[in-house]
Design a protein around this ligand. Structure first.
Ligand code: F6P
Length: 547
């Protein structure tokens, strides 16, 4: 069970030696030397196209990376996950988000339980409920159809549905306004409740555990707000829940008939495919929600059946691993060149950083290299006018994932051409850069004198040689989005296997939760805080004085 440490493996050592040999490589030279580089370093799967040719590596690097993946057991661990083995060791749970998007006839049985039948039974309920709300058959307490839906959840119970509803806004039902409340900051729920009518509002309380402090507090506030305006027996038509915790839902006062269950083998950050996706089914309809699942399933089939050398999630993981491990890239920027994907970087932050932001192996030994880089980003072209300066000329190298659609969902062709031009130009600029001789020649051609050229040239020089991937799809459809999310899920999984961390627990969020409970009691009670350091005591005292 205990794996050899990563750096002691033969394939890692071969990669380390190869990395030393590759220190001086320039990507522009690699492109010049191989006219087939784009063709050879790109792959298609499930309607997505990945160009990974603008990474600072060659065929040999990829061979060594694939050897590492084999030595670390990526194939065996992948099979174990899909089979329903309890690979989440610290919680003794299976990891089966892939079962949520598999067809009924895949007949997956785990611990004697027919997982496929359970999944499809809940999907049928999601279909019936979303059809009823969308058609107007589901009425509020005064007999009016629902117009506003407020999803109350946080982390995986918020980020996925919010990201997808926004990304698929072109498919949204025109009568239904989707609102998402996650923050315990009262400004969030205050804003969500303003301007809505209790007679036509549906609240979804979404929490895997149904114990998460922020969600419980927001749900109680919503409940009080509703009951201040409607009779208690109206609650059943306006509050539904998505959870694994039936007892807590009943205690909250939600009719169990209005509870959409899921299971402990679905991690929060992998739960968008489960009943947590109810807001998506409501907004775009169950048919498009099914397409979203189908796109993810197509990526699952590719991931399980394709040799590692041509496997899109594996290649994304391996190039990212190379950048992290051997080019010391501490962060990765996600740049969707599609405005409707503007919550995608935030979604990936939880997916990747909550999964692989770990420092011990599955058996509790310290990992002997760096693990997950920081994931961050924003939509292009906006990012170009904000933080891209650092990406081009800062001292750190930050790989970028560009994500774009070949066709827009609007008819503003000139906008789309400008958008794609910017996307492709950026990856070219990061790869090529502009060396000082090119800068001098440019300035000379503009008629600048030698003294001014020498003064300006260092500022106008771009080092280039900065890695990026480009992911293309035809349109941003539910199917393509499903494939895209599954691509990143599997990329995260593969990197977790390389580092030998448990990508499916999240103990790191616990300490802050416990301390916040203590401080909350101090903020709301009479006692002066003294148990903390002087900074924390001082901050608490300031907050108490301000009340
Ligand atoms: O605290 C972290 C976390 O457990 C995430 O992993 C999860 O997505 C989020 O909180 C919300 O949890 P729940 O769905 O149980 O409310």
């Amino acid at each position: 069970m205990r794996q050899p440490s990563l750096t002691s493996t033969a394939s890692f050592q071969a990669l380390a030696a190869h990395a030393i040999d590759s220190t001086d490589w320039q990507m522009r030279d690699l492109f010049a030397a191989d006219p087939l580089r784009f063709k050879n370093m790109s792959v298609e799967a499930a309607g997505l196209f990945l160009d990974y040719s603008k990474n600072r590596l060659d065929r040999r690097t990829l061979e060594l990376l694939v050897e590492l993946a084999r030595e670390r057991g990526v194939e065996e661990r992948r099979e174990a996950m899909f089979r329903g083995e309890k690979i989440n060791l610290t919680e003794q749970r299976a990891v089966l988000h892939t079962a949520l998007r598999a067809p009924l006839d895949c007949a997956l049985v785990v611990d004697g339980q027919d997982v496929s039948a359970d999944v499809h039974a809940v999907l049928a309920r999601l279909r019936a409920f979303s059809d009823a709300v969308r058609s107007g058959a589901w009425l509020g307490y005064s007999g009016k159809p629902i117009t506003d839906i407020v999803n109350i959840g946080i982390g995986g119970s918020d980020l996925g549905p919010k990201m997808v509803c926004l990304a698929l806004r072109q498919y949204a039902h025109p009568r239904l306004n989707m609102r998402f409340v996650s923050n315990v900051d009262g400004h969030d729920i205050d804003a969500a409740l303003s301007g809505i009518d209790p007679e036509t509002t549906l609240f979804i309380v979404a929490s895997k555990t149904f114990t998460t402090g922020e969600t419980m507090q927001n749900a109680q506030t919503a409940r009080r707000w509703f009951l201040a305006r409607a009779r208690p027996d109206a609650l059943a038509r306006h509050f539904v829940a998505v959870s694994t915790n039936t007892a807590a839902i009943e205690a909250f006062g939600i009719d169990p008939a209005n509870m959409f269950p899921f299971w402990d083998w679905v991690g929060g950050r992998y739960s968008v495919w489960s009943a947590i996706g109810l807001p998506i089914a409501l907004s775009v309809g169950f048919g498009y929600f099914s397409d979203f699942l189908a796109g993810a399933h197509a990526m699952d089939l590719h991931f399980t059946a394709t040799p590692l050398e041509q496997n899109m999630p594996v290649l994304l993981a391996l190039t990212g691993f190379w950048n992290r491990q051997f080019l010391a890239c501490a962060s990765v920027s996600i740049a969707p060149y599609h405005q409707d994907l503007n919550r995608f970087p935030a979604y990936l932050q939880q997916l990747d950083m909550e999964s692989n932001g770990k420092r011990v192996t599955r058996t509790g030994q310290p990992v002997d290299t760096s693990t997950c880089p920081v994931i961050w980003g924003d939509c292009g072209t906006n990012g170009q006018h904000a933080f891209f300066q650092l990406l081009h000329q800062g001292t750190d190298v930050t790989p970028i994932d560009f994500i774009a659609c070949l066709r827009p969902a609007h008819e503003l062709e000139a906008h789309h051409a400008a958008l794609l031009a910017n996307c492709f130009a950026q990856s070219e600029a990061f790869m090529r850069g502009k060396n000082i001789d090119e800068v001098r020649a440019d300035l000379q051609a503009q008629g600048m004198g030698p003294a001014d050229i020498e003064r300006l040239a260092p500022h106008k020089t771009f080092p280039g040689n900065r890695p990026s991937n480009t992911i293309l799809m035809e349109y941003l459809t539910p199917y393509a989005l499903g494939a895209l999310v599954a691509l990143y899920e599997h990329k995260t999984f593969v990197q977790g296997v390389l580092w030998d961390v448990n990508s499916f627990d999240q103990w790191g969020v616990e300490l802050g939760k416990v301390l916040a409970k203590n401080i909350e009691a101090e903020l709301t009670g009479d006692a002066q805080p003294q148990r903390h350091d002087s900074s924390t005591n001082g901050l608490i005292a300031m907050a108490k004085a301000a009340v």
